[in-house]
Design a protein around this ligand. Structure first.
Ligand code: FAD
Length: 229
């Protein structure tokens, strides 16, 4: 196999195709900036992520002219919800008063959200998305970051860019290699994330319960979206 790395040049290289990387890639490409996003997985299908797309995100989608088409994707709407604290059930959230166009949380798998963003971003000639491409080092020249190296299923890749952005999540390689040290503010609680079946009598807008030292949050996550649950 030819070990010579394939070379790519671009103005902006974004490592990581999560919500941050894909949205930034979309914005830069639509502003005419030659942008590459690369993502180490072959697809966006990762079930450990949540499903709630909040009114503020939906408003950003509206501002970008994407909301109408986005809401054609299968989703549920959470307009209000109740929580039980001790023995008392109280209204907990009500989005109807928000000064936004979509006064609800859209429940939709994150991979559908990312697939949608990717499809819209690709309509710009300035956008390239490389899947199954994992950054494994930074290129440094004269004290500056000048791009990244990556491995793909087709071999090694060198991407030279005027601006390199790390959007590669909480264990960011870009951050580590660039010498940034995150501030550890601690985690005040542990979260256990799991799936339960529903009864037909379960309330649609029940969000959970709170007791001394314990919180249970429930999302009514129907079998919607493009992937099997
Ligand atoms: C269990 C759980 C539930 C959640 N629920 C919700 C929710 O309901 N609503 C909500 O808004 N948020 C939710 N969140 C938070 C949300 O998932 C994160 O805020 C969001 O994913 C962060 O986006 P990001 O793009 O910064 O990072 P990430 O989503 O972590 O994306 C980083 C991407 O970079 C890729 N990557 C990593 N290293 C490399 C590399 N070396 N080369 C190339 N690619 C790389 C990863 O594969 C990944 O796709 C939840 C999180 C968890 C863990």
């Amino acid at each position: 196999m030819d070990e010579t790395p394939q070379r790519i040049f671009c103005r902006c290289c974004i490592v990581g195709g999560g919500p941050a990387g894909m949205m930034l890639g979309f914005l830069l490409a639509h502003a005419g900036v030659d942008t590459i996003v690369f993502e180490k997985h072959a697809d966006f299908l990762r079930d450990f992520r949540g499903d709630t797309i909040h009114p503020s995100t939906l408003e950003a989608m509206h501002d970008l002219g994407l909301l109408e088409d986005f809401l054609k994707l299968p989703h549920q709407k959470l307009r209000q919800g109740e929580v039980k604290i001790g023995d008392v059930t109280i209204p907990f959230v009500d989005f109807s008063h928000l000064p936004v166009h979509a006064k609800f949380v859209a429940l939709m798998p994150q991979w559908d959200f990312l697939d949608f963003l990717a499809e819209r971003a690709k309509r710009s000639p300035c956008f390239r998305l490389l899947m199954s491409a994992e950054a494994d080092g930074l290129i440094e020249e004269e004290g500056s970051v000048a791009g990244v190296t990556a491995k793909t299923k087709d071999g090694r890749l060198t991407i030279r860019a005027d601006l390199t952005i790390g959007a590669d999540g909480r264990h960011s390689l870009v951050r580590r290699e660039a010498g940034f040290v995150p501030l550890d503010i601690g985690a005040p609680m542990d979260v256990l994330w799991f799936r339960l079946s529903r009864r037909t009598t379960d309330a649609d807008d029940f969000l959970g319960r709170v007791d001394a030292g314990q919180i249970l949050v429930v999302f009514n996550r129907a079998n919607i979206g493009s992937a099997p649950m």
